[in-house]
Design a protein around this ligand. Sequence first.
Ligand code: BGC
Length: 701
Amino acid sequence: MRQYEEQIEKLLSQMTLDEKIGQLTQMGANVLYGDIFEANTDYIKRGEIGSFIVGCTPTQLNELQRIAVEESRLGIPLLFAKDVIHGYRTIFPIPIAESCTWDMNLAEKSAYAAAKEASASGLHWTFSPMVDIARDSRWGRIAEGAGEDTYLQCRIAEAKVKGYQGDDIADRDRLIACAKHFVAYGAAIGGRDYNSVDMSLETLYEIYLPPFQAAIDAGAESVMTAFHDFNGVPCTGNEYLLKTVLRENMGFDGVVISDSCSVRELVVHRMARDEAEAAKYSITAGTDVEMHTTTYRENLKKLCENGEIDVRIVDDAVRRVLSLKFRKGLFDNPYVDETREKKEVFTAENLDLALKIAQDSIVLLKNENQSLPLAKNIKKILVAGALAYSKEDMLGCWAACGKAEECISIYEGIKNRFAECEIYKAEDIDDAVIKAAACDAVIAVVGETRDMSGEAKSRASQKLSKEQSLLLSALSHTGKTLITIVVAGRPLVLTEEEKLCSSMIMAWHLGTQAGNALANILAGDVSPSGKLTTTFPSADGQTHMYYNHNNTGKPARDDFFATSKYIDAPIKPLYPFGYGLSYTTFSYNNLKINNKDLRVGEKLYGSVEITNTGDFDGAEVVQLYISQLYARKVRPVRELKWFNKVFIRKGETIKVEFELDTSTFGYYNSSAGYVNDGEMFKITLSPSSEGGLEDIINLIK
Ligand code: BGC
């Protein structure tokens, strides 16, 4: 018998239809939705709200809970949810930044730290991780995921779910995770948020579903639907996606929650003629809980009573919600200890972790003449550009309870770290040019403010503002060493700006410790080790370029006109997926594959030697790609299948061993069945998605 089955069935048998529908209703408890108590008390008393998405204090949450537990007929506790995406009050780097660490241990630790803080404040459920693959940097929500690669996103999905949920969601420090947005949301046409997705099932299965499967296999207790229509059917009312794919094929048996108001949006999509139809389509498709709107509350009862919906569909959804509440331990322990928040939120331990992750998220894009780290005898530094002084923008999108005043700006971080130097600010471009003349180093900070990426922040152009480009151009003419720091929530087009500076650092939105992390990198206390998880386009028209594109019949070449390329942009992106420099250098040698002839499903074993050939200790992300040389279906030029981040002292050589399961070397055919041809594969070990050491293996079916 499944855990708590008896209690669940007993409760269900006592519930009225209104109370059942209440469990499927999630409301907002937040100043945005009026007075929290006035708006909700009566509903809670009647058992007509099952959970809240909140912006409340622990005292308010306890009071809402008290009403549910003590004043509703059956005393069913509430679940409290929030978007805790990259930290709760201690803000970690935005997800795309953190993915550049390629460090799964850190990804898990930041999720755990966020869970500890959020649960100490009374929360039970986070709407994270977002595991949407993003191959188009026009889409603003590229900031919220791990970038363009499926394999990497799978590993991060697992790490995040483990970090939030631990081994038992009943632990007081853990949150229920939610993999979102099901599915293929990142493939919105034109990169415009909320737009349609029109996609082959092969691409769905091969590229977009695996991260959800990884999250589910790691135990994710909930999945959120998405706003868009998938091949014409809105995801929240998409029976094929939610029933056939998610439940039947992927084996998910947890709670499916709609995205905010997306049940009601079936009317706006014009799939449903009214809210009653929207409720009917959503619940029958498999959306258990409705977030923010009340179409279930207002329509499901009647639909059940007049036979349009089988009440057993409602019962099953309620069972899943009750099971989550039992397993979270809410029936035993519904309240949060209000003293915890003070002790467990924004701790020194979490700030140290935030610093470490921010340092490791930074990607060094260019370092001509080793202009970084800054020389030890440096005396005067100019820090220019409005983003350098901003605390708020360091938070990035979805900063939960993060506070701008608690963030270290880049300027402050530099002042702290270079306490013996004179650090100058600049009012405007003219002022920057004048002050640069007297300085030994000039640091310019450009990019995006925090409200330029995230939800509903699609951009047609990824270029810097005119003002920012002018600043860089003016500073480049001063003859001083120019160091450019780019702050952003997405890859930007930096082709012209890159030429103007000696060094360029991609700093994303790094969270609470942004300034300190950057200063430590500038000083050389830490060598940069981040590697890009998205392609950086060289022109706006390349914003939907990704490394694992298919082979074509006319591969891009500069010396022949009829090849797959743009006539007004380079063939290659500015920086490829997997790219990132260090203050040291690494050389790859002696790639050895132990078993070059093997059967599908057997493990491939091998090793490569990496030498730190420079003057700094440093970490390298060793990447392994496969390319199927011949297949019945056109395959990607390369696919990441393994990686390992290793720390190597200067002068040292280490042997990195790999072990790969060849059953994942296949692909989906047109009926979305998994096929493993068995063929020749090229195996490449490399520091990025370009170049590297290669060997060939024979995989036999
Ligand atoms: C977003 C979700 C988020 C939800 C609740 C929606 O607009 O798409 O990612 O979890 O709001 O805040």
